[in-house]
Ligand binder design. Structure first.
Ligand SMILES: *Cc1c(COP(=O)(O)O)cnc(C)c1O
Length: 382
């Protein structure tokens, strides 16, 4: 039997000699736990590149979201507004504190949370809004902030996919009280597994974040020589990124623009060459609204039906092209059902999740491969 393995994968991390050099360097330096030489360099670089007040590196975006939920003192009886069309970690952070995720539908243009539907879901128990910038395209952050101010809610931006993307000229993750980034292998800038917590204004949150990340101790102050011993002062866990991974990440972040531009080339190629299929009303392409500057995290198309999506996916797979759908809506997942949600609650989320397909997008995807992918899409669909 011949096994038909895709020759064009859906994703591939982009690692160069630079990262290898930095990793060897840190191994030779010998201090490989968290907050070391490269962690400091990465934080300084991110703070200056993206105009962030305070960055703390974490083991993942999931753990940064967990920290955010601890920082906001979420507890049993509290409610948090978030989209259902997101990765599980956005909701897990809330549920782990005993609070209730209140899912809101998405808007069809950006697949971000529908701001028109937020206000009707706010109750006296609502404590925060967790926004997600899907595919590196921002939510309308002016409106999110307006709503949060009106109701006195905290804002956490899950900017896992939004590193180096902007809304009205300002970097994603820097609008809310707290922002989170992911450096997972599948994201634009990666160290395999990794993340960051961004604290944008509140000095008290900054101090407490440092403690929560260091197992609930003031070890960071001890290392800076501000106290002569460290001790347990709050809840917390081990959320520090190893400096080996920070070294890898530093190599990536030194080239943020180069990586973004290479991804833009691929995005534009798909966007321009699939225009005819949109004109023929066979599919819809991802839209970048005028206030948004993308980091080109993904390129997706939306087919007319689930059947057509599955058909295209299978045919492309037979042709050696790796594609991916995306989230199973959280509210219809087994866990979502347990929380009291059901099919039919959020119609746009359910509909889009059935029809969306992501095409390969990674650095190294060459002109010939792009041509082959686009050509294959046309052949299958027409
Ligand atoms: C990838 C992703 C996460 C999780 O990131 P990890 O670093 O893998 O924990 C969370 N939220 C969203 C929206 C993501 O895309």
């Amino acid at each position: 039997m011949i096994v038909n393995m895709p020759s064009i994968p859906f994703n591939k991390p982009f690692i160069t000699e630079k990262e290898k050099k930095y990793i060897i360097d840190i191994l030779e330096k010998g201090k490989i736990s968290g907050d070391g030489y490269y962690s400091k360099k990465v934080c300084q670089l991110m703070e200056s590149l993206f105009s962030i007040n305070k960055v703390l590196l974490t083991t993942s975006c999931s753990s940064a979201l967990d920290m955010a939920a601890i920082l906001l003192n979420l507890k049993d009886g509290d409610e948090v507004i978030l989209p259902s069309y997101t990765f599980v970690s956005t909701a897990n952070a809330v549920v782990l504190r005993g609070a209730k995720p209140v899912f809101v539908d998405i808007e069809e243009s950006t697949l971000n949370i529908n701001l028109m539907n937020i206000e009707q879901k706010i109750s006296s128990r609502t404590k925060a809004i967790f926004t997600v910038h899907y595919g590196g395209i921002s939510c309308n952050m002016n409106e999110v902030l307006e709503i949060s101010q009106k109701y006195g809610l905290k804002v956490v931006e899950d900017a896992a996919q939004g590193v180096n993307a902007k809304y009205q000229g300002k970097y994603l993750g820097t609008f809310g009280d707290i922002g989170t980034y992911s450096f997972h292998e599948t994201k634009n800038y990666t160290c395999g597994e990794g993340g960051a917590l961004l604290i944008n204004k509140d000095e008290e949150l900054m101090k407490r974040a440092e403690i929560i990340r260091e197992k609930g101790t003031d070890r960071s102050r001890f290392i800076r020589g501000e106290v002569d011993k460290y001790t347990w002062i709050d809840v917390g866990s081990s959320y520090l990124l190893s400096d080996i991974l920070a070294a890898l990440l530093y190599g990536q972040l030194e080239r943020v623009e180069e990586i973004k531009n290479s991804r833009k080339y691929i995005f534009d190629y798909y966007y321009n060459n699939l225009a005819d299929l949109e004109n023929m009303e066979i599919l819809k392409r991802q839209i970048i609204p005028k206030d948004c500057e993308s980091n080109y995290h993904m390129f997706f198309i939306i087919l007319n039906s689930e059947k057509e999506k599955v058909y295209l996916m299978n045919k492309l797979n037979e042709k050696g092209i790796g594609t991916a759908s995306h989230y199973v809506p959280l509210h219809t997942s087994p866990m979502g059902i347990k929380l009291g949600y059901k099919e039919g609650d959020l119609p746009i989320t359910e509909d889009i999740s059935r029809r969306l397909l992501r095409l390969p997008l990674y650095i190294g995807l060459n002109e010939k491969e792009l041509e082959y992918i686009v050509d294959s899409v046309y052949k299958v669909l027409i």
